[in-house]
Ligand binder design. Structure first.
Ligand SMILES: *Cc1c(COP(=O)(O)O)cnc(C)c1O
Length: 827
């Protein structure tokens, strides 16, 4: 294992402080993912939204002793230059010009220590799937090391390559780029001997002048490979590869392809492919039919054929090929438990990311992991299960349920409370629901273990309507708004009304993980709920009633103060309380005429504030009445001007400057020059761009789904539902859906105003919407009982639905009733 001083000699950095040499086993770039402090080297990297240097102190406190930094870390109250000796006496520090470059240099050095063949994969789509499938197909013959999930960035690639060890016989790594000049760096780290270029799509075109430039940049990855696999059906790509003189192995429909596809035939769930290689025709059947999966499989086929694998062996392995599950779901479970269901690969890297996520679920103290045997090809059993045991211990897992013969054999390695079962059936047989209470449970099993059966046991049974919340999309939207802000502008996220219907605790938790500055809720009890579920961010309560002040203070919530009478009752309340300080937020009314102080209140406001020095104004804010509509621009600007004036007057009177904010989601987009110290993000996070000008930049977050309970034929002249409003003008086929106005499906959608999607087909509502159900016309559509129905989502945007019934997306989102189960997922 390399030590700090060896690594220091590899990078272009200078040693700032050296205490004693330590082994480096784990490279860390994200302080939230710390697992094994003693053998970790932390890289303080400056990112778009975060600066790694801000976390050095916290990591030191948690036991990290090796750091690569770009600057001296300033500690308040300690003289510059003296910092290291006094604040971090036991740590080694290396000063690098660029910490990310140092990480890449170290990974490149590590790669150079091994001689194994390495396949690099790039292209617009399918990188992760081709990587996972190729690993599945090769793994009986090779010990494969590969990128975890889609770790393909400037940081992800070095971390992936760092996993290589002497036991591996084949490497497969993804490389993804979004700008010119990134690929050369990745090529130096991966140093591939083989390559696959999956396809040329349109993703990330912004970073490039045109498709040809994008292709040429990506081809830099393959400058030195022995062979590049790609489809010669991609004309631009084919021309570019030939121009660059890269040796290749092509597949495609043209006769000059090395592996020529003669025909493709779908039957049932399989596609049969007739191909010709070196003059011989051959047939293979693959367990997929959609064009993307077929393309991904053909890349793998080309590699296997080139390796000379016997066609029988190939067929056996293709038969066993499994779809790549990238999905991780979180949901409520029985006995107030919370379930994390991760279907991604159960190897060490996959386990490690799942454990990171478990650690960041702050809702319950108690953490349980249900884990099957691991699929890991590069380590012997002893080492593997020692590492698994260490990973669980370091993440503070309280209880392990190990399922499988291999993990059971290594039971003595696990120091936490643990029980073992030889297989899933054995566990199911002994399952007792009352041995699980108030805990977060991570379920992580290799596919053959069929852990979906375990997940089903824990699931709370509800009717078939769910709101699926896409956490990747939510983070994407957060980052879209962040990219509009100056780095010093803070961000408060509105999670009032159950986070706009999406689910308050989970949303707050992911916002906390992504380090927003503030949260805001409407009422005290909403804030209390967040605190009870482990949310520690500052929280502003917009409308705290006087009778909730005790709760407010007990849970460290910060009140919005909007009137003199409210301020007086707050002051009276704290008179007998002994806290040293109280943070309040002053709301000014600049034209919305809802809540807030106006100028005439000022004199008394200042007098009252002077009576209680313990009360500190944390922020001053106001709210725009018409930020979403251009027609109100003049009015909005007037509001902003009077806000600035009023805030300045308050600051001069109270004698200190405070955080000022006025913009909501629409305002952030519309008034970039008035972001001030903080902005308040609401609906945009949930996927609706309220000015309508940048909707395409956001991703859909919530998808409301239900199911078909029954299908029936009715005759011309029959009527459907209450008040006989749905008249069949001809014979019809109708479907009854398990959603009604009590679930939040607005009654105004009735009688043809609304529609749903079933298997991609549009079905209009017929008759009135009932309390728990509604009926749709499915005449002529391909539908069956039990089919999934999309009520709103990507293909049926709530902006459109809202317009149909003359309301706004906010109302549709917040109307989804609490009885609808929320499922959170990421990919
Ligand atoms: C709800 C709310 C917001 C967020 O508004 P969006 O239009 O959802 O971005 C901002 N400020 C205040 C005071 C609010 O009540």
């Amino acid at each position: 294992m390399l030590t700090f001083s060896q690594l220091a000699s590899i990078t272009h950095g200078s040693v700032l402080q050296f205490v004693h040499d330590l082994p480096v086993q784990h490279l860390l770039t994200d302080s939230r993912k710390l697992a094994q402090p003693a053998s970790t080297l932390f890289f303080a990297i400056k990112g778009a939204f975060n600066d790694g240097h801000d976390y050095v102190s916290a990591l030191y406190a948690r036991g990290v002793r090796q750091f690569i930094v770009e600057q001296v870390v300033e500690i308040p109250g300690v003289k510059s230059g003296e910092n290291f000796k006094y604040s971090f006496p036991e740590a080694n520090f290396l000063l690098a010009e660029n910490s990310l470059t140092a990480l890449q240099e170290i990974a490149a050095f590590h790669r150079g220590e091994f001689l194994l063949p390495v396949m690099a994969i790039t292209g617009s789509n399918g990188k992760t799937i081709v990587k996972e499938w190729l690993a599945q197909l090769l793994s009986p013959d090779e010990k494969v090391v590969k990128s975890p999930r889609s770790y393909n960035s400037q940081i992800g690639v070095p971390l992936s390559v760092w996993q290589i060890n002497a036991n591996h016989t084949f490497g497969i790594f993804e490389a993804g780029i979004s700008m010119v000049s990134e690929m050369e760096k990745l090529a130096r780290i991966i140093r591939p001997t083989l390559g696959i270029f999956t396809n040329v799509g349109t993703a990330h075109d912004e970073g490039f002048e045109n498709s040809v430039q994008k292709i040429e940049e990506k081809l830099l990855l393959f400058k030195d490979v022995k062979l590049l696999f790609y489809s010669s059906d991609e004309k631009l790509l084919d021309e570019a590869v030939k121009r660059e003189g890269i040796k290749s192995f092509t597949w495609g429909h043209r006769p000059d392809a090395d592996l020529q596809i003669l025909s493709q035939q779908i039957s049932g769930a399989k596609t049969s492919i007739l191909y010709k290689f070196e003059g011989n025709e051959n047939q293979i059947s693959i367990p997929f039919t959609d064009p993307a999966s077929v393309q991904n499989t053909l890349h793998c086929l080309a590699v296997l054929v080139w390796r000379g694998m016997a066609s029988e062996t190939m067929q056996q392995r293709f038969d066993k090929l499994l779809p790549v599950a990238m999905r991780l779901e979180m949901k409520e479970a029985i006995n107030n438990c919370y379930l994390i269901d991760d279907t991604y690969n159960n190897d060490l890297a996959g386990l490690s990311t799942a454990l990171d996520l478990l650690v960041h679920q702050k809702r319950h103290q108690q953490k349980t992991v249900i884990l099957s045997d691991l699929l890991e090809s590069g380590l012997n059993e002893e080492t593997l299960y020692s590492e698994v045991a260490a990973a669980l211990k370091n993440r503070g897992v309280d209880r392990l349920i190990g399922i499988g013969k291999v993990i059971s054999r290594h039971r003595l390695k696990f120091s936490m409370k643990a029980e073992f079962y030889t297989n899933t059936a054995d566990f199911l047989q002994h399952f007792q629901s009352d041995s699980f209470h108030n805990e977060t449970i991570l379920v992580k099993g290799a596919r053959v273990f069929e852990f979906e059966k375990i997940v089903a046991l824990f699931g709370k049974k509800v009717h078939g309507t769910v709101l699926e919340v896409n956490l990747n999309a939510l983070v994407h939207n957060l980052n879209f708004y962040r990219s509009k802000l100056q780095p010093e502008t803070k961000i408060m996220v509105m999670v009032k009304a159950f986070a706009y219907g999406s689910g308050s605790y989970e949303i707050a938790n992911i916002l906390q993980f992504h380090r927003v500055d503030y949260l805001a809720v409407a009422y005290t009890d909403e804030g209390v709920l967040l605190r009870e579920n482990g949310i520690s961010l500052p929280i502003m309560v917009m409308n705290p009633s006087a009778d909730s002040f005790a709760q407010l203070l007990r849970y460290h919530l910060e009140p919005e103060i909007y009137s003199l009478s409210q301020l007086r009752s707050f002051l009276t309340f704290i008179h007998t309380d002994s806290a040293p300080a109280y943070h309040i937020h002053l709301k000014l009314d600049t034209g919305m005429h809802r809540l807030g102080f106006t100028k005439p209140d000022f004199e008394e406001l200042f007098t009252l504030l002077q009576t209680e020095p313990r009360v500190q104004v944390a922020s001053i804010f106001s709210h725009l009445a018409g930020a979403d509509e251009a027609l109100h621009n003049d009015f909005s600007k007037q509001q902003i001007t009077s806000f600035r004036e009023m805030a300045a007057e308050i600051e001069s009177k109270i004698g200190y400057s405070v955080t000022k904010h006025i913009l909501n989601s629409a305002g952030i987009v519309r008034f970039p020059e008035h972001h001030l110290d903080m902005v308040r993000l609401g609906i945009g996070l949930y996927g609706v761009e309220a000015t309508g000008t940048e909707q395409d930049a956001l991703q859909n977050v919530g998808t409301l789904k239900t199911t078909i309970s029954q299908i029936k034929h009715i005759q011309q002249g029959d009527t459907v539902g209450y008040s006989r409003r749905g008249l069949a003008e001809t014979d019809l086929e109708i479907a009854t859906l398990a959603i009604g106005y009590a679930d939040g499906y607005d009654r105004r959608f009735g009688n043809g105003n609304g529609e749903v999607l079933i298997n991609g087909q549009t079905a209009p509502i017929i008759g009135n919407v009932c309390m728990d159900m509604c009926m749709v016309n499915v005449t002529g559509l391909q539908v069956s009982e039990g089919d999934e129905v999309v009520v709103f989502g990507q293909e049926l945007p709530i902006t459109k639905l809202a317009a149909k019934i003359n309301t706004i997306p906010y109302e549709l989102l917040t109307n989804v009733s609490p009885r609808v189960k929320r499922v959170f997922y990421s990919e």
